[in-house]
Design a protein around this ligand. Structure first.
Ligand code: PMP
Length: 353
């Protein structure tokens, strides 16, 4: 840190992304990426765009916005595209939290929320999940700040129904509710269908997981047109070219190649179910995840040791060394071969104990 850094930034604890080691080939089940490559259609469109990369991209993402809006069944002015969904979440904190409006979120949830709150100097009201990691809906209803809920939640994978989300959104029309649907395509019902009914709802989604584009960085927000115009003000005050030509093209391909998207989601859902059953046979407790990962704890070995032993065997999973979830590991769902290798490694580790 240099001596010039201001107090606000020097006091931050930045978000810690999952490790991306280069020393050896790992089976990577630690950052919730898709095991399947991006759609070929996207590659074709991106190679056309690569040839004109001397020109800035369209800041309005006109074509992609049109296509995405029609896919979602909303109007074009109800969508904003961003550099990953991390960016739209950042915009939401900038737009809807301040000294008088804290950010309200759960104790066990996506780790970036607390970083954004700190970055923007706003208070966090942290609501504990219940003992079984389910979300206490009534606790959210009582709070006055801007609510941020990951649905399905991460790293637990637990899903709220659309009715439960609606109850929270409806309970206080004077505050914004952000529903972070990064993992919604793996078994949840999106709140996008509520945006015309509630002007305080912002739904965020990503192309990083179900559409195999984590490396391209593409996310979006869907909301009432006034919310979108607020967020556009931020986009045009920070980086109007936040979505580059290649990414836009890859995103178009991912939407157009609907069969590929649906097939991949189904593979993940099936692999998730099979892996859950295998883990349960081996004495694990596994939450009822509706995301592209499982959250599991063994009755024989603690989370940290299991993470380390898997790493020795060339398999990376995520372990969070924080209260309430230390016993658990989070396993991204990969392809069938990767999941078989994971289960074999777990069996070996348990036998070696
Ligand atoms: N929300 C949640 C709950 C996540 O787990 C992630 C992935 N780390 C994101 C948002 C951000 O994903 P991206 O920026 O790749 O869209």
């Amino acid at each position: 840190m240099s001596k010039f850094l201001n107090q606000k930034i020097s006091s931050l604890t930045p978000y810690e992304p999952g490790e991306q080691p280069k020393q050896r080939e790992y089976i990577k089940l630690n950052t919730n990426e898709s095991p399947y490559p991006p759609s070929k259609k996207g590659l074709e469109l991106a190679s056309e765009q690569a040839e004109i990369c001397h020109l800035y991209p369209d800041p309005n993402c006109t074509e992609l916005t049109k296509l995405l809006a029609s896919e979602l069944g909303v109007k074009e002015n109800q969508v904003i595209l961003t550099n990953g969904s991390d960016e739209i979440l950042n915009f939401a904190f900038m737009a809807y939290c301040d000294q008088d409006t804290p950010a309200v979120y759960n104790d066990i949830t996506y780790g970036f929320y607390k970083v954004y709150a700190k970055l923007h100097g706003v208070e966090s009201k942290v609501l504990p999940l219940k003992e079984d990691f389910s979300i206490d809906i009534d606790a959210f209803i009582k709070e006055k700040g801007t609510i941020i809920i990951a649905n399905p939640n991460a790293p637990t994978g637990l899903l709220l129904s659309l009715e439960q989300i609606e109850k929270i959104v409806k309970s206080n029309p004077d505050r914004v509710v952000v529903v972070d649907e990064a993992y919604i395509d793996f078994g949840g019902e999106s709140a996008v269908k509520l945006i015309d009914k509630y002007d305080n709802l912002l739904v965020t989604q990503t192309f990083s997981k179900s559409r195999s584009l984590a490396g391209a960085r593409l996310g979006f927000g869907v909301a009432n047109e006034k919310i979108i115009s607020d967020l556009m003000r931020i986009k045009y005050s920070t980086n109007p070219y936040n979505v580059n030509r290649l990414t836009s093209a890859m995103g178009m391909g991912a939407i157009l190649d609907k069969d590929y998207f649906e097939k991949n989601c189904n593979h993940i859902i099936n692999n998730r179910q099979q892996t859950k059953v295998e883990l349960e046979k081996l004495g694990f407790y596994v939450t009822d995840s509706k995301a592209n990962f499982l959250f599991a704890k063994s009755n024989k070995i603690d989370g940290k040791n299991l993470y380390l032993k898997l790493k020795e065997k060339g398999i990376l999973v995520r372990h969070f060394d924080t209260d309430r979830i230390r016993e658990y590991i989070r396993i991204t769902i990969g392809n069938s071969t990767q999941m078989q290798a994971f289960i074999s490694a777990i069996k070996e580790i348990l036998e070696e104990l």
